[in-house]
Ligand binder design. Structure first.
Ligand code: BGC
Length: 963
């Protein structure tokens, strides 16, 4: 008997609250050791209503090898129902397989919300707070302590009767605020910070929970606690409160089904009562204050005397409710405290050894103890607690006041912080075992791993994984501490890496709904999604002028382009055409916006007389609007003063915008082609070609020099196909020479860095790419590792070579895009066709490492590549999952190459490797230049023991604070 197929629905196993009536089905064939996976010839999908067995869709036997995201083509699934999916497959060796999944649907239509009201507890409106304008950020002073400005989260309870014989109960709930829900004292679901962050001006997500086990016949209670959250709490750069509203509200419906299929619905109504509890305030960024003395035991169960509580008011909220899409935020891991430090000035600091997004669970000694926990990501050069955030309302401080009882564990509920270190006050004795760091993240499946003979690279890879984990928290954020905003540029540059490392298809699909919702009527895509209402004034009325400097905050090249590039990245790694279709119109409007904005001349040309040819060229160049350019390119950060950050925009903004317009026009052409929109495809192709030529004519001279000499412009231009064929190699050679002249250091910012190593390698400079990767002095990836980083920093110089620790973010994923290179080019697993249907296996076996092993859980199953070079011989083990083929590309320096699957393959027949396992053996040709030791400054890969010594030194230096 073969192992059953692994069937998923919208990428989830047995989804409990599926958000769509027409889902997509996928399956993988579990590996059966030793055997060659057969090729799928046909499949059938059948969907039945659970219980009755009524068939909604029977696809019949379809002759096809497809197995990823097959669209439901039968009767729509109904709301709040259960379905059984059965998949059957036939293979070329005569075998068959089957697999199943169970679906529970959410409430799929707005009219399903017909048995409840929004309810608003009696409350003080949320206090206006934070800076209203950019410049006020630097002068903002809180008027009073948080406990005087913030109000307690609200508790809402409602009692109702349940008939006997209920076999299925689903609670659907949401809030304006963030909430947790209970049924008879049992927590509903394991989601955190529900309903999640959305563009609340356009829609609000709700959750669906299976609460069958918590219900009993007779009197029952649904209870919710709601805190300020993203809706009314202090968020973003400005720490501004009340972004979407000043009053917290909740709404829920409980759908009860009895054995005979009858469903009754109970919903939030004026029957609810509200009060407050031990949480005196809770804010995402300020933190949570919990005072046990205010506990109201039993409030979430029947029998509680709520006569002193207040009635609630039924009210109307116009925002459409939508079922939550994808994987929710959960508590995904726990980290024990590594040690307790005493800083030179006597602070007691708990070190968790890892920068995370989450919160601390504390064992309080009880007896009225008041414990204060302050969170930060770094210690300064002297080992003192260093608060690395600036701007209003970013306290990241939790307070717990214990009741008279004994010790107990406590964890904040409606907040999270970005931290590694916690300064503790209020305890006589600070013991590591009394602290646990709880990691919060959208609960996405990890898809890739990397291990090599150089532990510094392994650490780098893990740093990227951690930065993704911390910043994929409901929406893709820039950082989990300072701004926590959905900066579109950060998401875009990291999206391909994100999709390599984790299953992000649903996560990005949900965020893209927000991107579409926030797109401006003129097609502009904001730099931040959800777009903060407080920044709305920046767009101005009636027609914004995008050439004003301040407009750099509203929309920018490489930021707004997320609308095209994020779906494109998901399609590339997941084979998901749906996300392209869903966003196609928004992409077109964005590229249309760019085209329209081309009429704005750059400042240097305004008021000058242009020739007809110049005019024609300028009409193709999106270069007169404010833009971030190659943001934070390191050599621009040496400029003194507060304008340093704007130096990269000043020097690269114009060219980067112009290049990006050509680049995304080309990608939009590809998307249109794929969707069968040939007219659009033709128009975009023509536009892309014309733009690229115009960019080259405007910014590139015949010697291959760009008007901006920063590396990023050349990198982008090469990647975007802007450089005419005759100059490509010259430009690439210049770029390589500039890296060499810079002591093998990169000088790229957020926007160019994802392409740097590929561009070098693809133009004959793989050696330079390697040297940049293995570089360990500033600025470089391994410099961060050597400085003890456990996540990716916002700025290459977050810790300067002289040890100065800067007030910047230590958890920004943008530069983490190198992890994608490590998987693709060191390990050798890259998608050569969408969804890895064809793998390109081109491991850099001559990079100087002894060994590398990577895997990627592709939509078809796990692809693996592991190689080792020892005594001049290579051994590569490769697994191609069922449903995929692979192209194997090996360097010419190898001789005697043998590729063995079930049998020995004919020499050179390595382009269409079928699914299965292979072993490749070869010798390094005599005289093969070895990269080891040849780089200037001895920037070479380290062997395991050397690297461990380095890491040990790093660890020691991290502990320098301990005196
Ligand atoms: C954020 C970035 C963002 C940028 C815009 C910063 O404050 O943290 O990551 O993309 O602003 O340039």
């Amino acid at each position: 008997m073969s192992i059953p197929l692994d069937v998923t629905v919208e990428r989830l196993h047995d989804p409990r609250a599926l958000w769509t009536p027409r889902p997509r089905y996928s399956w993988t064939v579990p590996r059966e050791p030793g055997s060659r996976p057969p090729a799928q010839l046909a499949h059938s999908v059948q969907v039945r209503e659970a219980g009755t067995g009524r068939v909604l869709w029977d696809a019949g036997r379809v002759a096809s090898g497809e197995q990823v995201l097959l669209a439901h083509a039968g009767e729509d699934l109904a709301s709040n129902c259960e379905y059984d999916v059965q998949v059957r497959t036939w293979y070329d060796d005569g075998s068959e397989r089957t697999g199943r999944s169970r679906i529970g649907t959410s409430l799929l239509h707005p009219e399903d919300w017909n048995a409840s009201s929004w309810v608003e507890p009696v409350q003080e409106p949320v206090t206006p707070d934070g800076a209203e304008r950019f410049h006020q950020m630097f002068s903002w002073r809180p008027q009073s302590a948080p406990e005087e400005r913030l109000h307690p989260p609200l508790r809402v309870r409602q009692v109702f009767e349940v008939p006997s014989g209920v076999v299925r109960a689903r609670l659907y709930a949401t809030a304006q605020g963030v909430y947790a829900a209970w049924v008879n004292g049992e927590r509903a679901g394991d989601e955190e910070l529900a309903p999640g962050s959305d563009s609340y001006t356009s829609h609000l997500s709700f959750q669906g929970y299976d609460v069958t086990a918590a219900l009993r016949p007779g009197t029952n209670v649904v209870a919710l606690e709601v805190a300020d959250g993203w809706f009314a709490g202090r968020v973003g750069m400005f720490g501004l409160s009340r972004e979407y509203g000043e009053r917290l509200r909740v709404r829920w419906q409980l759908h009860l089904t009895t054995a005979d299929g009858t469903t009754t619905v109970v919903g939030s109504s004026a029957a609810a009562r509200s009060g407050t509890g031990p949480i005196r305030y809770s804010d995402l960024a300020i933190g949570e204050f919990h005072d046990d003395r205010y506990e109201t035991p039993g409030w979430d169960r029947p029998g509680f005397d709520d006569s002193a509580w207040e009635p609630v008011r039924e009210c109307t909220v116009g925002t459409p409710l939508v079922p939550f899409v994808g994987e929710p935020v959960r508590r995904v891991a726990e980290l024990p405290a590594v040690e307790v430090l005493t800083t030179p000035s006597g602070d007691r600091v708990v070190d968790f050894g890892q920068v995370i997004a989450g919160r601390v669970r504390l064992r309080t000694p009880g007896g009225g103890a008041r414990v204060v926990l302050e969170h930060t990501e770094v210690l300064d050069a002297r080992g003192e607690f260093f608060f690395n955030l600036f701007g209003p309302n970013k306290d990241q401080t939790d307070v717990h006041v214990a009741g008279p009882g004994g010790p107990r564990w406590w964890e904040p509920r409606h907040t999270f912080h970005g931290f590694r270190y916690v300064r503790v006050s209020g305890l006589d004795e600070v013991r590591a075992e009394d602290f646990v760091a709880v990691v919060l993240s959208s609960d996405l499946p990890q898809r890739a791993d990397f291990a090599s003979s150089d532990p510094r690279l392994d650490r780098l890879f893990q740093n990227v994984v951690w930065s993704q984990r911390s910043n994929f928290l409901s929406i893709p954020t820039d950082c989990p501490q300072r701004e926590r905003l959905g900066w579109t540029g950060d998401a875009q540059v990291f999206a391909p890496t994100a999709a390599t490392l984790a299953g992000v298809g649903n996560f990005f699909a949900r965020w893209m709904a927000n991107v579409r919702a926030d797109q401006r009527p003129d097609g502009a895509v904001p730099n931040i999604v959800p777009w903060p209402p407080a920044l709305e004034y920046l767009f101005g009325e009636p027609a914004p002028s995008y050439s004003d400097d301040i407009m750099v905050l509203t929309t920018s090249a490489a930021w707004g382009d997320a609308v095209v590039l994020v779906p494109w990245a998901v399609h590339g790694r997941d084979g998901d055409v749906g996300i392209l279709r869903e966003n196609f119109e928004a992409m077109r409007r964005w590229v249309g916006f760019q085209t329209e904005q081309c009429r704005i001349l750059p400042e240097r040309l305004r008021g000058t007389e242009l020739t007809a040819a110049q005019r024609e060229r300028q009409d193709l160049l999106w270069n007169g609007v404010a833009a971030f350019g190659d943001w934070l390119a390191p050599s621009t950060l040496t400029v003194e003063g507060p304008t340093a950050m704007m130096e990269a925009p000043r020097r690269t903004g114009e060219a980067v915008s112009a290049i990006y317009h050509g680049y995304v026009s080309g990608i939009l052409a590809d998307v249109a082609r794929l969707l069968g929109e040939d007219e659009v495809a033709d128009a975009c192709t023509a536009r892309a070609l014309a733009v690229r030529e115009a960019v080259a004519a405007e910014y590139l001279d015949e010697r291959g020099r760009f008007s901006s000499d920063l590396q990023g412009v050349a990198v982008l231009a090469l990647h975007a196909g802007v450089v005419p064929e005759r100059l490509r190699q010259v430009v690439a050679d210049r770029l390589a020479a500039s890296v060499r002249a810079n002591g093998n250091h990169l000088d790229t910012g957020f926007v160019a860095v994802p392409f740097l190593l590929d561009v070098l390698a693809d133009h004959g400079h793989l050696d330079v790419a390697r040297d940049v990767l293995f570089q360990d002095t500033y600025p470089s990836w391994l410099y961060e590792v050597a400085a003890g980083a456990t996540t990716i920093w916002e700025s290459w110089d977050a810790v300067r070579p002289d040890g100065t620790v800067q007030a910047t973010s230590y958890n920004h994923y943008a530069y983490g895009c190198v992890a994608d290179w490590m998987v693709r080019r060191l390990g050798g697993i890259a998608p050569a066709a969408p969804g890895y249907r064809v793998l390109r296996v081109e491991p850099d076996v001559l990079c100087g490492l002894d060994h590398v092993r990577v895997h990627v859980d592709t939509p078809y199953g796990r692809a693996e590549s592991g190689w080792r070079v020892s005594q001049g011989a290579l051994r590569l083990e490769l697994t191609v999952p069922a449903g995929c083929t692979a192209e194997l590309v090996l360097p010419p320096e190898l001789t005697g190459v043998q590729v063995r699957g079930a049998d020995l393959l004919a020499p050179g027949a390595w382009t269409g490797l079928a699914a299965g396992s292979y072993v490749v053996t070869a010798s390094l040709a005599a005289g093969t230049p070895q990269p080891v030791g040849k780089c200037p400054g001895d920037r070479r890969p380290l062997c395991t023991s050397e690297a461990e010594e380095v890491l040990e030194e790093v660890a020691k230096s991290l502990c320098r604070a301990v005196t």
